[in-house]
Design a protein around this ligand. Structure first.
Ligand SMILES: C[S@@+](CC[C@H](N)C(=O)[O-])C[C@H]1O[C@@H](n2cnc3c(N)ncnc32)[C@H](O)[C@@H]1O
Length: 461
């Protein structure tokens, strides 16, 4: 059993400490003076006398190991060397984690055996180091990784799962009327959102994902309204622990397929159908949040922002891509004619579509709620930082790559209310007449642009 140490235990504790120090640290530090002269049981007993409050022993009739816990810091953990590999250290460590919420410690960098032991118990090196006082050897800071299940408000084990996606809300996919909050989920859009590009990893998204992985470190990244996973998938490549949440199971399913086709493991990704208006996570539980391209789809974006703020840890970051550089980027002048043709065809298809729909008494209703995200965030967060990632490479986007699949898939937000059968009849007709006018290959008409630099704004809690 593990119990609080008493004065009578001090001699055993000191013995265990001395044996371990000689066995594991003498070969590293090689100091005869310290290890065989200063380091003696009576001296150690004297040192530990004042620390009894923080000492706990493993005692099954004989004291075989001990741990020193200061708040949530594990200051020492030693087991009698001849009794190691009997799970005594594991029990002491689990006791510290479970009963005292112990979550960090310093380990000697060269003590590989100890480091592996802590790793097996979910501790990871944070990258922070310091010199062991009076020596040239480094200590490394290790922290306990939170179990992802611990940060959910509910017990994941009790929640329904569909296609490996936890179902954490029963809110509808789409709400466009009524007195409550409205939002445009993309269940009805699905694969049409990213068209032909839905399974690719785009260069710009990968750059942003690299940054997200760096910022998150060994913490947790919440990709809120992650959609088809344009950031989750490249970020998962780094092994980052991610909670990918969206109101649409269909979008999350495309995310899974995108990962599969790019050979990216989702082992560290927890997929959840969730409502951004009520994030099912505990307060101060995540390190980084992205909610890209979604606040305008919610009638009450401030409520989502309040939720983001609530779940972020102090010092955590809400990362936003600049709204300014549209995906279209800067036009390349030598393609002026083709770019103009691209814009003309898009305009014609769209205008004709809405014109034709009038005959069915269907009219465009744009669901997009204006929101000054920048001012709202500045009022809430402690700090704002900007980072620019240079890009500037040329790209070509054909009608068939994004515009056409999205248009035909009823994927623009003003198409939400168009009844699916009417949409199909009218969009088929409009696309057929464009084909007749511009020729069979009109789908290949392309826009040629230069992608703009990525501007990432971090709001720090
Ligand atoms: C324009 S997409 C953006 C997807 C992705 N973040 C990106 O940058 O490509 C918007 C996403 O928000 C999701 N969404 C809309 N309302 C939501 C809500 N209340 N809760 C969670 N997700 C929501 C949609 O289902 C859709 O996948």
């Amino acid at each position: 059993m593990i119990r609080k140490a008493e004065s009578k235990d001090l001699a055993r504790i000191a013995e265990i400490l001395v044996c371990n120090y000689r066995l594991y640290f003498y070969p590293i530090f090689q100091s005869d003076e310290y290890y065989f002269s200063e380091l003696q049981v009576p001296a150690i007993m004297k040192d530990l006398e004042t620390a009894l409050e923080s000492l706990y022993v493993y005692d099954d009739g004989v004291v075989k190991g001990f741990i020193k816990i200061e708040g949530t810091y594990i200051a020492r953990l030693y087991v009698e060397p001849v009794l190691q590999n009997a799970a005594i250290g594991s029990q002491l460590l689990e006791y510290a984690v479970n009963e005292h919420h112990a979550d960090h410690l310093w380990a000697l960098e060269k003590n590989v055996k100890a480091i592996r032991f802590y790793e097996r118990h979910g501790f990871v090196a944070t990258g922070e180091k310091k010199l062991e006082e009076g020596t040239t050897e480094y200590l490394i800071l290790m922290r306990k990784m939170k179990d992802i299940g611990d940060i959910f408000k509910c017990d994941l084990k009790d929640m329904p799962v569909v296609n490996n996606i936890y179902q954490l809300t029963d809110a509808p996919d789409l709400v466009t009327s009524g007195d409550g909050d409205k939002y445009i989920g993309y269940e009805h859009i699905g694969g049409a959102y990213s068209g032909n590009m839905k399974y690719s990893i785009w260069e710009g998204d990968a750059l942003f994902a690299d940054h997200l992985a760096e910022v998150t470190g060994d913490g947790i990244f919440l990709d809120l309204a992650c959609g088809d996973g344009c950031f989750t998938v490249p970020c998962a490549k780094h092994g980052t622990r991610i909670i990918a949440g969206d109101i649409s199971n269909g979008m999350l399913t495309i995310l899974q397929e995108r990962a599969k086709r790019n050979d990216v493991s989702l082992e560290n990704v927890t997929l959840c159908r969730m409502n951004a208006l009520e994030i099912p996570l505990k307060d101060e539980s995540v390190d980084c949040v992205v909610a890209n391209s979604m606040l305008h789809l919610i009638s009450n974006p401030q409520k989502v922002l309040d939720e983001i703020y609530r779940v972020l840890k102090p010092g955590g970051r809400f990362l936003c891509l600049s709204d300014a550089p549209a995906r279209k980027g800067t036009a390349i002048s030598e393609y002026e004619k083709e770019n103009a043709e691209y814009s003309r065809v898009v305009g014609e298809i769209y205008d004709t579509y809405w014109e034709e729909l009038k005959a069915y008494d269907v009219h465009a209703k744009r669901y997009s709620w204006k929101f000054d995200r920048e001012s709202a965030c500045k009022a809430m967060f402690r700090e704002v930082e900007n980072k620019v990632i240079e890009r500037g490479w040329p790209y070509t986007g054909r009608l068939v790559d994004k515009f056409l699949p999205r248009f035909e898939g009823r994927g623009f937000s003003d198409q939400v209310d168009v009844p699916p059968e009417i949409h199909k009849a009218v969009s088929d007709k409009v696309v057929a007449s464009a084909r007749e006018k511009y020729g069979e290959a009109f789908e290949n008409i392309a826009y040629h642009g230069i992608v703009e630099d990525l501007v990432i704004t971090s709001y720090v809690k």
